[in-house]
Design a protein around this ligand. Structure first.
Ligand code: RIB
Ligand code: CA
Length: 315
């Protein structure tokens, strides 16, 4: 089992990342930290509690982190995830508490206290991770690798060339890519291969039960958004791709590449400049995912929903 912390901004696809990270036996999920992103910190934290309550994930501390980016304005994605940040299902009141409102401090102590280096999976803006790295010079030796959902080798989604997680806090992303730590980037170019189409929906429906039902309602809302905003035939479920890479590194094909974050571009702030063909002459600072084994990915994701459903029935 790999010790993992999951930093997220739930968010429809973050919800699936939480389910996969909590369910798969290859991962020991040490904590879920929340960050402002898809919605305000208060809403992303409430949503993490809602998902964990519904899924019966009661043994993973939820800690809330930074409410605003390192430098720029708060960028939300209500047009994508709705006013609640998790529109679609009707979640009951959460019973899972918030363990700490000092998420960065909590992660610092958790990492320092871990007997082995921890994998940090970050699927929202990188504000918490950057704040951790900037405030804790020794923390790098407690981190096995940082696996992010963010960026793109091609076009963006928040703007023509910037993907949301980077766009929402470009300075934080620059800190992570400049950290010298092992970074794996799962960008839109690969997460757009994780489409929840009719076959996937059928397999989730076959699991049955309230968790599968809520997953389908999340996909209904997310699918409507992606059809309306970007003309997608089915929603790309971005964030669990980063978790799947921790479970089964071979599920994504990666290329070592230099990645730089545009901070000053008039039209391109937040873009990830991915030097796939070594044109800059700069040494690679990341492994960049370029291919996804989508069948294997959905096998892991649907199995996670089934495992949590069975655990709930057995409880
Ligand atoms: O661009 C997609 C990313 O932004 C995903 O992590 C989604 O949850 C949003 O945070
Ligand atoms: Ca996210």
């Amino acid at each position: 089992m790999k010790p993992v912390v999951l930093d997220c901004d739930p968010g429809h696809d973050d919800a699936f990342a939480i389910l996969l990270a909590a369910a798969h036996p290859a991962i020991r999920l040490l904590a879920i930290s929340t960050v402002a992103g898809n919605q305000t910190l208060a809403k992303t934290t409430l949503n993490a509690r809602r998902v964990c309550t519904l899924a019966g994930i009661t043994d993973v501390p939820i800690v809330s982190g930074q409410a605003r980016p390192l430098v720029g304005p708060v960028e939300l994605a209500a047009d994508v995830h709705g006013e609640s940040g998790l529109d679609g299902p009707n979640f009951g009141p959460p019973s899972v508490p918030v363990t700490s409102t000092d998420g960065v401090g909590y992660l610092r102590e958790l990492l320092r206290g871990s007997p082995e280096p921890v994998t940090v999976v970050a699927v929202g803006p990188l504000t918490n991770i950057a704040a951790l790295l900037l405030s804790t010079p020794d923390v790098g030796r407690h981190i096995a690798e940082i696996v992010i959902m963010g960026g793109s080798t091609e076009r963006g989604n928040s703007t023509p060339y910037a993907e949301f997680n980077i766009y929402a806090d470009p300075e934080a992303a620059a800190v992570v890519f400049g950290s010298g730590l092992p970074v794996v980037m799962c960008g839109l170019n690969v997460t757009h291969q994780a489409l929840a189409g009719a076959k996937v929906r059928r397999r989730i429906a076959e699991v049955g039960g309230p968790l599968a039902g809520a997953c389908l309602e999340l996909l209904d809302f997310f699918g409507d958004t992606y059809q309306r905003l970007w003309g997608f035939p089915a929603p790309p479920v971005h964030d669990p791709v980063a978790v799947a890479r921790v479970i089964d590194p071979g599920i994504v094909g990666c290329v070592p590449s230099r990645v730089d974050v545009e901070l000053a571009g008039t039209h391109t702030r937040g873009a990830t400049s991915v030097d796939l063909h070594r044109r800059t002459g700069l040494e690679p600072n990341a492994l960049v995912a370029t291919e996804l084994d989508a069948d294997r990915f959905w096998e892991l994701m649907v199995d996670a929903i089934a495992v949590l459903t069975e655990r709930g029935r057995a409880a």
